[in-house]
Design a protein around this ligand. Structure first.
Ligand code: ADP
Ligand code: ZN
Length: 432
């Protein structure tokens, strides 16, 4: 039977959720109007006053916040509390562009721990569990985020951080790790190494909590097979909190957003207009309990869909579908929009012949974009390399609507990632 970490919150009726959100939104809007000059100025420019927030849909009257704002007001100008009340700083991993920071009060850390604790309990963990945190510790929110959540439920935590892969696996065997937290690309790498070490039968893993980057259903199957666990998807971002903003339950059909902490909207990324329920678009969050660095209508650039149907697990919080990619992950190659996840899908469909370890290399030669994809052959591959390459090129063209040159490489020749995988090398930016 499914259990909850905070049952009364996780299973509130939709009406209660909405009433609770409206009350917290009013509180937050008032606070940022009083304490954050950027918000006060923007609201004044738009002719909006905190008193104008009378119902939830009034949220659309409020200004957006972007990643650029976090850069422009770096490091502390968006704080809504005195600096002395900030007890922790985390920073974005810097996958895209310049670093940004987030400040947390003690309450903010407590709320964040609740988010990740909900995930762990939804994945079947308890105070008897042994949780190995193989996300990187430090400024990246993965390590400490998972750690706090695991401590909160009273589990035994093994803070291995990422790296030193064989030692990680020895610990898993020796200490009997039941729950593993890391990026899906590192989970794949751990899986490969487990196989090489021949120790799969010594593992006690029950579930894995993998997030911080996009991954596909096929990758989920491969990780589950390699490590013998049930793999859960967890989502978060530094600007809003860290991992645990939303999380999967055993139904594995979307990630429940902690709606007692955040209001989620889907907007048209071009016009900024709020889209009707069920639409696909850019995910936007307002943090309604955060004290340190609260954000109104933060544009995540993540593209997804929200599902308000009640989930079979009994949780009532809205589910977000796996983000299909970020607006800023999208490559424009010879005028065509390309998402790395589309390429991954094709490779995973051919998982007998190739491994999902790949790298996209884009460059500009004589004013034309070049588009190369390096892919590792699977160790099981016994066929003809040339015909395999042609087959992949044909499938990729059908999927992407544009031709790419495929280079098949020996197994293990692409560097493995211990954190987020680096899939794209865009050399065009260097020439600009
Ligand atoms: P950076 O922006 O530097 O990568 P973060 O570590 O804060 O810094 O990354 C947050 C982003 O990671 C999210 O906006 C999203 O694009 C991606 N992400 C996090 N979790 C997931 C997930 N489960 N599935 C897909 N993408 C995810
Ligand atoms: Zn559910």
């Amino acid at each position: 039977m499914e259990r909850y970490f905070q049952q009364e919150i996780e299973t509130m009726s939709r009406d209660e959720i909405r009433a609770n959100q409206l009350e917290k939104l009013k509180w937050q809007v008032e606070r940022v109007y009083e304490n954050v000059p950027m918000y006060r100025e923007r609201m004044q420019d738009m002719g909006v006053h905190p008193d104008d927030i009378k119902e939830l849909s009034d949220i659309s009257k409020l200004p957006f916040t972007t990643k650029q704002d976090l850069r422009d007001y770096y490091p502390f100008q968006l704080l809504a509390v005195h600096k002395k009340d900030i007890v922790r700083i985390q920073a974005s991993s810097g996958t895209t562009g310049k670093q940004i920071v987030a400040g947390y009060t003690r309450n903010d850390l407590d709320q964040w721990s609740n988010g990740f604790a909900r995930q762990l309990i939804a994945a079947g963990a308890s105070n008897k569990s042994i949780v190995q945190v193989s996300y990187g510790y430090g400024l990246f929110t993965g390590g400490l985020g998972a750690h706090q959540g695991a401590e909160k439920i009273g589990a035994m935590v093994i803070p291995t951080s990422s790296g030193n892969t064989e030692r990680q696996i020895r610990f898993m065997c020796d200490l009997g790790t039941t729950h593993l937290c890391c990026t899906p690309s590192y989970a794949m790498y751990l899986g490969e190494t487990v196989k090489e070490m021949g120790v799969k039968n010594q593992l006690k893993l029950q579930a894995g909590i993998f997030g911080a980057e996009p991954w596909t259903e096929e990758m989920r199957r491969q990780i589950q097979d390699a490590l013998g666990l049930k793999a859960y998807d967890v989502y978060g971002l530094t600007e809003i909190m860290g991992p645990g903003v939303s999380y999967e339950c055993a139904a594995q059909s979307g990630m429940h957003i902690c709606e007692d902490m955040f209001i989620a909207e889907i907007i048209d990324p071009e016009t900024g207009e709020v889209l009707p329920e069920g639409s696909f678009g850019e995910l936007v969050f307002s943090t309604i309990t955060k004290e340190g660095q609260p954000l109104l209508r933060y544009r995540t650039r993540d593209l997804c869909r929200l599902d308000y149907e009640t989930c079979s697990c009994g949780r009532t919080h809205v589910r977000m579908r796996k983000p299909a990619g970020r607006t800023d992950d999208m490559l424009i190659i010879r005028g065509v929009n390309v998402f790395p996840s589309q390429i991954e899908e094709v490779l995973l469909r051919n998982s007998i012949e190739v491994s999902p370890n790949y790298q996209i290399v884009v460059d500009r030669v004589n004013n034309t974009d070049t588009f190369d994809i390096n892919v590792e052959l699977s160790p099981r591959f016994r066929g003809d390399v040339d015909s395999e390459k042609r087959k992949l090129e044909t499938q990729l063209r059908a999927q992407l609507g544009i031709g790419a040159k495929v280079h098949l490489l020996r197994p293990k020749s692409i560097e493995r990632s211990e954190g987020k995988a680096k899939r794209v090398i865009d050399n065009r930016r260097l020439h600009d």
